[in-house]
Design a protein around this ligand. Structure first.
Ligand code: C2E
Ligand code: MG
Ligand code: MG
Length: 651
C-alpha cells in the first residue's frame, strides 16, 4: 500500500517539473530562471525514486519536493499570493503517507521559506504590511496554521487504523496488529536475546452458549473474557482477539514458566461465572503456551506451536493449559498424513471389521455382535478406531466409512444368519454424529439392508448420548423413521454425557449400553448402591433393554446379573474378533461350557473339547417380539418387510 501511494506521489512530483517550467516561460520568466526554480523539484523527485533509501527518507524528500513546488508557483507567478492554495492540495497529497514526517517537513519548510524569503524578497511571500515588517513571526504563524490543518488528517488516519487493527467487540488488538507486534517483539529478542512467550486461549463450550442463549449473550461473554484476560497480564503485554472465541497473549521478557503461571491465572480468572441477562454462565478455556526459540523464530511458527499445544490441552480434557513440545509438531504431521491417507484407504478396501459378541447374561448365549472398525494400514499395521475415527469425523470421509461399515456388517450378519441358521442374531453398528446428520443417512441404512437382504430388526444402530442431546429434531426424525421399519436404536456409552434424562422419554430408543466406567469394579456384594443399578432401573422404567459394556471380571458379571441387567459385552466373554474367528463362536455344536452347572465364558476363543459358547438363538428377555420368518432374500425391500413396531415390542 505504501509503495503504491509513494509511486503515485512521485509521479505527481515529476509532473510538476515540466509543468512549472512551462508555466514559468508562459508567465514571462527567462528560461534559465525557470530552470533554476524547478531544478530542486527534479532533484527531490529523483531522490524519492531511489528504492534503496529508507521509506522515511523517500517520503520526506517527496514531500519536500511538493512543498517546494508550491513556493515555486508563487515565485514564478511573480508573487501572486493566491497561488499558494496549491500548498493545501499538497498537504492533502502527503497525508496519503499516513505519517507525521511529511507534515513536519511541510512545517519546517514553511518556517524557513517564509522567514528567509520574507527577509530577502518579502513581496514574494507576503502581501501585508505587518508580515513584511516581521517576516519570522509570520513564518511561525503560517506554520502554526499548517500544524492545525494537519491534526485532523492525523486524527482520521489514527481512527481508521483503530478500526483496522482493533477488534470492534472487545477493543483488544486484532490478528493483524498482533502479528505486527509479534514481529517487532521477535526482532527485539533477536537483537538482545530475551525470552518471549505466546499464549493461545480457546474457550471451551462457547458455541453452546451462542446457540442456547443467543449471539448477544455470546458477545457479552467474549467482552468479559477479554477484560479478565487483560486484567491478569501486565499493561505492556499484548492481548488480542484472533476471532471467534480465540484470544492470544504476548508476554515479552517471559519464559515458558512464566507463561504457564499466567495461563493458570487466566484459567482461574475465568472460573468465576459471568452474569449475562440474569443468568450465571460458566465458561472454561484451554490454553497453549509456546516460547520463541529455534523452532519458532517468526510469528506464524510461534502461533502454530501455541495452537498445537492448545489442541493437546483440549484433547486432554479442556479447562487446562499445555506447553508446546517439539514432538507435538511431528504428531500433528503424522495426524495430517493419516488424514490424507484415510479417504483413499476406504476406497482401497483397507478397512476391516472386527466383531465383539453381546452375550445374554442368563444363558451365556451370543445375542449378537457389535461391528468395530479397524484400519489395516499398509505401514502402520492394524489401527484401532481411536486413531482415525475422530480424524474422519472432521470431514465427510466419516460418511464413506459409515456406509462401508453398514454394507459390510449387514452383509456379514445375513451370511451368518443363513450359514448358522440364526434367526434373531443382531448386528450393532456405530454411527457418527456427522453421518447421522447427513442427508444420505436413512438412505444409506436402507440400501445396506436391501443389498444384504437383512431383516431390519436384525440391525442395531448405536449412537452416543451427546448426539441425541445436541442436535435433536432432525436426528430424531431419522431415527424414528428407521425404528418404524424395525431397526433398533441403542444409546452407546450411556451415562457419560447426559444433561437431562427427560430426553429418553421422547426419543426413539430401544437399548441403553451402560458405559464401561460404571461397570468396572462392580462387585456382587456392593452392587446395590452402584450407578449401574440406577441405570438398569431407568431402563426397566422406560422398558428399554440394557447392555453392559466392558465386562472384564466374573465379579462384574455376577453383579450385573444380580441387578437384572440382560446382556453384556466385554473382554471376559470375548474381544472384538475378525469374522472367521467370530464364526467359530457361532458354529453349531458349541454349547455353553459346563463346570459347576453354570455356563461360562473363558475370554478368548473356545477350543473344541470344552466349548464355551452356544450358538446364538437368543431371545432378548425383555423383547416379546413374536418370532419372525427368516430374513427375506436379496430381492426383498427392507421397507416392505413385516417390521413389528418396536414401541410395541418394548412396551
Ligand atoms: P464403543 O462403541 O463403545 O465400543 C466399545 C469399545 O470398547 C471397543 O473399542 C471395544 O473393543 C472396547 N471394549 C469392549 N470390551 C471391553 C472390555 O472388557 N474392556 C475394555 N477395556 N475395552 C473393551 P474399539 O473397538 O477400540 O472402539 C472404540 C470406539 O470407536 C467405539 O466405542 C466406537 O465409539 C468407535 N467405533 C468403533 N467402530 C466404529 C465405526 O464403525 N464407526 C464409528 N463411527 N465409530 C466406531
Ligand atoms: Mg458402540
Ligand atoms: Mg461404548
Amino acid at each position: 500500500m505504501w509503495e503504491q501511494r509513494h509511486r503515485f506521489i512521485t509521479v505527481a512530483l515529476w509532473l510538476h517539473v515540466p509543468g512549472l517550467f512551462l508555466f514559468g516561460l508562459l508567465t514571462g520568466n527567462p528560461p534559465l530562471h525557470a530552470l533554476a526554480e524547478v531544478a530542486p523539484i527534479a532533484l527531490c523527485a529523483f531522490g524519492a525514486g531511489r528504492a534503496h533509501l529508507r521509506r522515511a527518507a523517500r517520503s520526506g524528500v517527496a514531500s519536500l519536493g511538493l512543498f517546494i513546488s508550491s513556493a515555486v508557483l508563487v515565485h514564478l507567478s511573480g508573487g501572486v499570493i493566491e497561488a499558494h492554495f496549491h500548498f493545501f492540495v499538497m498537504v492533502g497529497l502527503v497525508s496519503l503517507y499516513q505519517d507525521w514526517l511529511p507534515f513536519l517537513v511541510g512545517i519546517g519548510f514553511t518556517v524557513l521559506e517564509h522567514g528567509l524569503v520574507g527577509v530577502l524578497a518579502p513581496d514574494a511571500v507576503y502581501n501585508h504590511g505587518a508580515a513584511v515588517n516581521d517576516p519570522w513571526t509570520w513564518a511561525v504563524i503560517h506554520a502554526a496554521f499548517l500544524l492545525a490543518a494537519t491534526l485532523p488528517y492525523i486524527a482520521s488516519w489514527r481512527l481508521n487504523e483503530d478500526t483496522a487493527l482493533r477488534d470492534s467487540l472487545t477493543g483488544l488488538d486484532n490478528r493483524a496488529l498482533l502479528l505486527r507486534r509479534l514481529e517487532r517483539a521477535l526482532a527485539r529478542t533477536r537483537r538482545d536475546p530475551s525470552p518471549l512467550t505466546v499464549l493461545l486461549v480457546d474457550l471451551d463450550g462457547f458455541k453452546a452458549v451462542n446457540d442456547r442463549r443467543g449471539h448477544a449473550a455470546g458477545d457479552r461473554l467474549l467482552v468479559v473474557v477479554g477484560e479478565r484476560v487483560r486484567a491478569v497480564v501486565r499493561d505492556g503485554d499484548t492481548v488480542a482477539r484472533l476471532g471467534g472465541d480465540e484470544f492470544a497473549v504476548v508476554l515479552e521478557d517471559a519464559d515458558e514458566e512464566v507463561g504457564a503461571r499466567i495461563a493458570r491465572r487466566i484459567i482461574d480468572a475465568l472460573h468465576e461465572p459471568v452474569l449475562v441477562e440474569g443468568a450465571a454462565l460458566r465458561i472454561g478455556a484451554s490454553i497453549g503456551v509456546a516460547s520463541a526459540g529455534p523452532t519458532a523464530s517468526n510469528p506464524d511458527d510461534l502461533l502454530r506451536n501455541a495452537d498445537l499445544a492448545m489442541y493437546i490441552a483440549k484433547a486432554q480434557g479442556r479447562g487446562r493449559f499445555c506447553s508446546f513440545e517439539t514432538h507435538m509438531g511431528d504428531d500433528a504431521r503424522s495426524r495430517a498424513d493419516l488424514e490424507a491417507e484415510l479417504g483413499p484407504a476406504v476406497a482401497e478396501g483397507q478397512l476391516v471389521l472386527h466383531y465383539q459378541p453381546t452375550v445374554a447374561l442368563d444363558s451365556d448365549r451370543i445375542a449378537g455382535v457389535e461391528a468395530l472398525v479397524r484400519w489395516q494400514h499398509p505401514e502402520r499395521g492394524l489401527l484401532p478406531p481411536g486413531q482415525f475415527i475422530a480424524l474422519a469425523e472432521q470431514s465427510d470421509v466419516i460418511c464413506d466409512i459409515g456406509r462401508w461399515v453398514l454394507a459390510e456388517a449387514t452383509r456379514q450378519a445375513q451370511a451368518w444368519q443363513e450359514r448358522f441358521d440364526l434367526r434373531r442374531f443382531r448386528m450393532a453398528v456405530n454411527i457418527s454424529a456427522r453421518h447421522l446428520a447427513s442427508d444420505s443417512f436413512v438412505g444409506d441404512v436402507l440400501a445396506a439392508l436391501h443389498d444384504a437382504g437383512l431383516d431390519p430388526s436384525s440391525l442395531v444402530i448405536e449412537i452416543t448420548e451427546s448426539m441425541l442431546v445436541e442436535d435433536v429434531a432432525a436426528s430424531v426424525d431419522k431415527l424414528a423413521e428407521l425404528r418404524r421399519l424395525g431397526v433398533r436404536i441403542a444409546v452407546d456409552d450411556f451415562g457419560t454425557g447426559f444433561s437431562s434424562l427427560s430426553y429418553l422419554r421422547h426419543l426413539p430408543v430401544d437399548i441403553l449400553k451402560i458405559d464401561r466406567s460404571f461397570v468396572t469394579g462392580l462387585d456382587p456384594d456392593r452392587s446395590q448402591d452402584s450407578l449401574a443399578r440406577a441405570i438398569v432401573r431407568i431402563g426397566e422404567t422406560l422398558a428399554l433393554q440394557i447392555v453392559a459394556e466392558g465386562v472384564e471380571s466374573e465379579d462384574e458379571k455376577a453383579a450385573l446379573k444380580q441387578l437384572r441387567c440382560q446382556q453384556a459385552q466385554g473382554f471376559l466373554f470375548a474381544r472384538a474378533l475378525p469374522a472367521p474367528e467370530l464364526a467359530t463362536l457361532l458354529a453349531p455344536g458349541l454349547t455353553a461350557a459346563g463346570g459347576g452347572g453354570g455356563a461360562h465364558w473363558h475370554g478368548l476363543l473356545p477350543p473344541a473339547p470344552t466349548p464355551s459358547v452356544s450358538p446364538a438363538s437368543p431371545t432378548p428377555e425383555r423383547s416379546p417380539t413374536p418370532e419372525r420368518p427368516p430374513a427375506p432374500g436379496r430381492a426383498s425391500e427392507p421397507a416392505a418387510a413385516p417390521a413389528p413396531s418396536v414401541v410395541a415390542a418394548a412396551s
